[in-house]
Design a protein around this ligand. Sequence first.
Ligand code: RM4
Ligand code: MN
Ligand code: MN
Length: 439
Amino acid sequence: MGQIEKIMSTKFEISDDFIAEQNKKSEEFLAEDFDYLAKKLKRTGLEIEKLVEKAQKFQVAVPSWGVGTGGTRFARFPGVGEPRGVYEKLEDCAAINTLVRSTGAVSLHIPWDKPENVDELNSFAASRGLKFDAMNSNTFQDQVGQAHSYKFGSLSHADKDVRKQAIDHNIECIELGKKIGSQALTVWVGDGSNFAGQTNFRHALENYLESMREIYAAIPDDWRMFIEHKMFEPSFYSTVISDWGTNYYAARELGEKAFCLVDLGHHAPNVNIEQIVSRLIQFQKLGGFHFNDSKYGDDDLDTGSVKPFQLFLIFNELVDAELNNLPNFNPAYMLDQSHNVTDPIESLMTSAAEVVRAYVQAHLVDRARLEEAQRKGDAIMALTTLKEAFTTDVSSILATARQRNGGAIEPVSVYRTSGYRAEKAKERPAQIGISAGIV
Ligand code: RM4
Ligand code: MN
Ligand code: MN
């Protein structure tokens, strides 16, 4: 047992027994709701147990940076008991998974989460039942002591030395990822411009691709490379990987291990994201998701909090692909949110549940009837078919799945009763200047 492991093992954790005890409070009502839903679904030929199984198997990764309180361009209002480093972040991720049992993997952001001792990090995560999901590189910020600045770009920078530094950083992320069992690298760059004429669009994309080819060459054969497009921010006039079309082009240019990642907040307003998802599935280049929700831009609000119907429609496409066994369809699911006014643990648990909800609801769609409506041009029946699935309350399926996996029927309420945050406030005295979330 390493030093950190020893210290952390004395820390407060939510135990399985505590959860089981708390579950007793809600078991009776859950059984009532579940039986009713089972009967209702049976009328349309759906077997509830199969849906519970689906929900039990569904996994969505959590971002290490999501367990800290985020901020805006104006301020950050830290919460109490915030994680102060990678181990405390993992501790919070473990608490989340203990309660919901559908978030068994954590995505690290480097250098924010760079460990001093990799073996210690591995054993710490393993002892808490956590695995590592995709590695995230960071060339959108300058790090202390770094030779070149990313102020005017990174992988697409006009200067080769800057590009080289950004390439090396991504390769370093892959090397670390190999040691911790990750199997993917997610690349998002803030590269772009704020003024007309500031960059040469074509050269910037050429430079980006040249850099990405070098990174791609370091991707192991059993890994995938995810490219995240984003239309705006921090560059507001143009970005290099601005949309799914450019992303698709880049992924195709790079090769079969490169895929497109869809972050729900990275599109032009009102864009039809479910259609983008369908296109990427059809072109066999859908790599995965960063789930969050948005009212205006990359708001990073909680998944399903603003447009739950959109989330459902995205899953409608995903489940259609799953049921049809479409080739190269194996999306990686991850949350990517920033929590400014909530307890991040509560937000992440709620969001994870919303993702599973959309997945289960999409399985309720009567696909034969939908197809018939589409054939006949019966738009009302097509929409009604989708709406029937979307308006069915599957909460009792989600709760039963959690309970059968050892988690909480009511995660937020059990979390609050456990006093976890107050315990962490004692264990983790506030530090000036920590940036546990996205600032
Ligand atoms: C970006 C993008 C990336 C995330 C950073 C923190 O907007 O969504 O996925 O790594 O934020
Ligand atoms: Mn993202
Ligand atoms: Mn984002």
